[in-house]
Design a protein around this ligand. Structure first.
Ligand SMILES: *[C@@H]1O[C@H](CO)[C@@H](O)[C@H](O)[C@H]1NC(C)=O
Ligand SMILES: *[C@@H]1O[C@H](CO)[C@@H](O)[C@H](O)[C@H]1NC(C)=O
Length: 403
């Protein structure tokens, strides 16, 4: 008999802690979290980064150039979401980047503690990231997300390379399994952590719910929910749209969307992606030019973002992202970078910077926008593999003034 229990689990994000990676002593938690939760942390990565827009754009262009293969640059982001996952039995805990834009899960060989459950498959894994390839041996091992979410025989890469970031041991890949095709020598495709949670009966549908509170909000917390979404975090219904049929966006969590600034359409309905691993919101260059002239923003060399005056801020209209017939409103306050974090992007403390940037390509690329963290902190997102759809819902932060 199957014990009666909820088949969805929350992974709680504690209060945000911002660390500059130039700090010499990064806290590096390696202890198990309390039962049923996997603690996540967010870092502001400001070390060695000239600007976030260029880093995000490199990730977008690598995707376009590779026609949907898993080529991304995950380490150059400003907002880094990390989780501690256990590998082996008994588990050793590793701090990994949480990424819906890639799908292989791997840890660095130098950190990997082998146990009786660690099985070398003989395969070689190799994933191309914008910043270089990660190569290593493919293992299967027991992966512990929390005490209720234990996965047997999860395929994990054991990388001879590294992310080059102190306190980060690897990546938890939460993207579609398609992105693993061709990454492991002795297999066509690798089952992701979410795939195996479902196949092994730990969750009843293959769904991932993502909640991020705005980084600068009072209760800056968030969580991942496997198997469902967390109804307590949303203020309306979840509206779903099918994964887009347009390539290369269809290889990711890709959707169709149009964008209006106030009542002016600036991007006709087109395909793009939703990505927790991208910080800002990116739109095709022709749409961006319309946005720039409508807002009056001027290009700021220091941050590579549009900068506006406080008068222009007062005049700002909302941006409306229409997805599956539902308009998601990004308020003026949601369109600006949190001023308390201006120094992390190289801005001046009183500057007002817009978080909408250009993909660097004109529309029609098959990947004409990326709804990154700055969108996802305003709308709860649901990544549904079982039904090939993505959903969004409003939260208490959708219309909040936090920036
Ligand atoms: C895991 O793999 C081992 C060895 O390959 C096998 O004996 C075991 O049955 C597998 N377990 C599951 C749950 O698939
Ligand atoms: C998305 O847009 C493309 C053309 O831009 C269209 O062919 C397709 O039917 C739309 N819907 C989906 C779910 O892909």
């Amino acid at each position: 008999m199957v014990p009666s229990r909820s088949l969805s689990y929350l992974l709680a994000l504690p209060a945000l802690a911002f660390f500059s990676l130039s700090a010499s002593a990064l806290p590096h938690p390696r202890t198990a979290s309390s039962p049923a939760t996997l603690k996540l942390a967010v870092r502001i990565n400001s070390y060695g980064i000239k600007n976030i827009a260029a880093a995000d754009r490199a990730r977008i262009q690598a995707r376009q150039a590779n026609g949907g293969s898993s080529s991304i640059s995950v380490t150059n982001n400003v907002m880094l979401y990390t989780a501690d996952i256990g590998v082996g039995s008994p588990p050793t805990y590793y701090t990994v980047l949480v990424d819906t834009g890639s799908s292989n899960t791997w840890i660095e060989a130098k950190a990997y503690e082998k146990t009786a459950t660690s099985h070398d498959t003989g395969g070689i894994f190799s994933v191309a990231y914008g910043s270089g390839d990660v190569v290593g041996e493919e293992y299967t091992d027991t992966v512990t997300l929390n005490s209720d979410l234990v996965i047997d025989n999860q395929s994990i890469g054991v990388a001879s390379g590294s992310l080059g970031m102190e306190g980060l041991d690897g990546i938890l890949g939460l993207g579609p399994a398609d992105l693993t095709q061709g990454t492991v020598s002795n297999t066509y495709e690798v089952a992701t952590v979410t795939d195996n949670l479902y196949k092994q009966g730990r969750i009843s549908s293959e769904v991932l719910g993502v909640f991020f509170a705005p980084a600068s909000s009072d209760d800056s917390s968030g969580e991942l929910t496997f198997g469902s979404y967390d109804a307590s975090k949303i203020t309306g219904d979840v509206s779903y749209v099918p994964i887009t049929s347009t390539s290369p966006a269809n290889g990711y969590w890709g959707i169709n969307q149009s964008i209006s600034y106030g009542s002016t359409l600036i991007l006709d309905e087109t395909a793009g992606i939703v990505d927790t691993g991208t910080t800002l919101i990116y739109i095709a260059s022709d749409a961006f030019d319309k946005y720039q002239s409508a807002t009056g923003g001027t290009f700021d060399e220091a941050t590579d973002l549009l900068k506006i005056s406080s008068d222009q801020y007062d005049q700002l209209s909302s941006l409306y992202f229409t997805i599956g017939g539902v308009a998601y409103e990004l308020t003026p306050n949601a369109q600006i970078w949190p001023r308390s974090l201006n120094s992390a992007i190289g801005g001046t403390s009183d500057g007002i910077y817009l978080i909408v940037s250009s993909t660097g390509s004109s529309s029609g690329s098959g990947n004409d926008f990326t709804n990154g963290y700055c969108f996802l902190e305003r709308f709860y997102s649901v990544f549904d593999t079982t039904n090939s759809q993505v959903g969004f819902a409003t939260t208490e932060y959708t219309y909040a003034t936090t920036n």
